[in-house]
Design a protein around this ligand. Structure first.
Ligand code: C2O
Ligand code: CU
Length: 481
């Protein structure tokens, strides 16, 4: 693969040199200079060696009823009859193969959020695959190139399908086991219920569209309201958190545990960071590392959420039992910090202005550069602009939030770094795939695209995305148009 690219690049250089010698196209000098530049070292590995192992899973999406929330029967849509869906596990370098069957009353797809994969496996209807009709099946298969915490969810009518319970966690484990005696996975969500206690069937309401999407009145961890989480003193815990909510931002606080952040949106942070001000916008993941203090023996500790004005408890840690001695293994060393200076020197390759206007199928449209993008049906946007970026080069993108609402902007198929907020240079010390842009805020991100194809860039508030706040970034190989 590499060989081939080099060969093609070399052939192009030779061809351009010939043309120049013939006196054709002086303006090609610039192109030649670009081609002659040595290939920039990628800031994270382009690929990973395959383990040769294939992890096979069966997923079925179907309506069902489950004892969730307060324990009464709740009608949901679920993967394999559970909400959250099953946690799929693979090891870094494995191939994941998922046989998916749609038993929903409407078409769907599965998107593998945060995973770098071949474009055709990305689950975007009308872009990377046709929608999977009711009764239909699809085979997803990809090698997992990055260890970390990822998740999956439908990419069609997400405001309804995700809200009804379709989401699951995909964990890519490091090849060497970490220093932990316990792993916890917390899927954070909220639910809007109607008077009968069922999921409110009114989706994409004017109110939700005009605000930060659909926020519910009940928040849950793994489908339960303020669950008790039993822990033993001395345990070293890796807590993987995922925000799957349509619109709600979570800001859980873990004070008193000495917790540190070891990964965000999948990838390890450059160095452990204090877990003082956590924020998970829809789509975000945060992995924590903490040791349960022995001083907490026989005590309870509430994990409170602080994003809204009125803090509320998310879960209760209940510490009891014998003191545990975690395994004495060295932690996996984080990868070296990338040199962002070449990216910081660049002008934005594209500026994305985020705003709203009247119109569209719901009465309000959310736009990127005055365009609304819709996935399906009569609203499909055939003449939508596609933004183009060359692979294997740094590019910066600028998000300008011209609205007074929140927009967690997500890019498929790659990681990015936040390099500036409102013009002030920023070093977050980690990669992301989703960044929350606050009202009137401008955020610059640096990307180093590696996988070619048309990748979605969109707001992860499901209602904003569905009302048009999506676009495509087409990553093309070097030298190609
Ligand atoms: Cu989790 Cu296109 O998103
Ligand atoms: Cu938004």
């Amino acid at each position: 693969m590499h060989r081939n690219r080099w060969f093609i690049a070399a052939a192009l250089v030779a061809l351009l040199a010939m043309l120049a010698a013939l006196g054709l196209g002086q303006e090609d000098d610039a192109a030649m200079a670009t081609l002659r530049q040595p290939r920039v070292a990628p800031p994270y590995p382009e690929d990973t060696p395959s383990t040769g192992r294939v992890r096979e899973f069966e997923l079925v999406a179907a309506p069902t009823a489950l004892p969730l929330l307060d324990g009464r029967s709740l009608e949901v849509w679920a993967y394999n009859g559970q909400v959250p869906g099953p946690t799929l596990r693979a090891t870094h370098g494995d191939t994941v193969r998922v046989r998916f069957t749609n038993k929903l009353p409407q078409p769907t797809t599965i998107h593998w959020h945060g995973i770098r994969l071949p474009n055709g496996m990305d689950g975007v209807p009308g872009v990377t695959q046709p929608p999977i009709p009711p009764g239909g099946t699809f085979l997803y298969e990809f090698k997992v190139k990055d260890a970390g915490t990822y998740w999956f969810h439908p990419h069609l009518r997400g405001s309804e399908q995700v809200e009804r319970g379709l989401f699951g966690v995909l964990i890519v484990e490091d090849q060497k086991p970490g220093p932990f005696s316990r792993e916890l996975v917390w899927v954070l969500d909220d639910w809007r219920l109607d008077a009968s206690g069922q999921i409110d069937g009114r989706f994409n309401t004017r109110h939700d569209l005009a605000h930060d999407g659909r926020w519910g009145q009940v928040s849950t961890v793994n489908g339960a309201v303020q669950p008790e989480v039993p822990l033993q003193p001395g345990e070293r815990v890796r807590l993987r958190m995922v925000n799957v909510a349509n619109g709600r931002v979570f800001a859980p606080s873990f004070e008193g545990l000495g917790a540190s952040v070891i990964a965000i949106d999948g990838l390890a942070t450059d160095r452990p960071q204090p877990a003082s001000r956590l924020e998970l916008a829809p789509g975000n993941r945060v992995d924590l590392d903490f040791t349960v203090p022995e001083a907490l023996s026989n005590q309870r500790m509430e994990v409170m959420d602080h994003f809204t004005r009125r803090p509320f408890p998310l879960a209760t840690l209940v510490v009891s039992g014998e003191v545990v001695r975690p395994p004495e293994v060295a932690a996996v060393a984080p990868p070296p910090s990338p040199d962002l200076s070449p990216a910081r020197a660049l002008q934005p390759a594209e500026t994305f202005r985020l705003n709203a206007r009247r119109g569209g199928p719901f009465g309000i449209e959310w736009t990127i550069n005055d365009e609304a993008f819709h996935h399906e049906g009569e609203h499909a946007s055939a003449h939508h602009k596609v933004y183009r970026l060359p692979a294997h080069q740094w590019a910066t993108l600028r998000f300008v939030n011209e609205s007074s609402r929140l927009h967690p902007m997500h890019v498929h198929g790659q990681f990015f770094r936040v390099v500036a907020r409102n013009g002030a240079s920023v070093d977050e010390g980690h990669w992301r795939d989703t960044v929350l842009i606050r009202p009137r805020e401008t955020v610059d991100v640096a990307m180093f695209p590696q996988d070619v194809g048309a990748w979605m860039l969109h707001c992860h508030i499901q209602e904003h995305a569905e009302a048009g706040m999506m676009t495509l970034v087409d990553v093309h190989a070097e030298g190609s148009q």
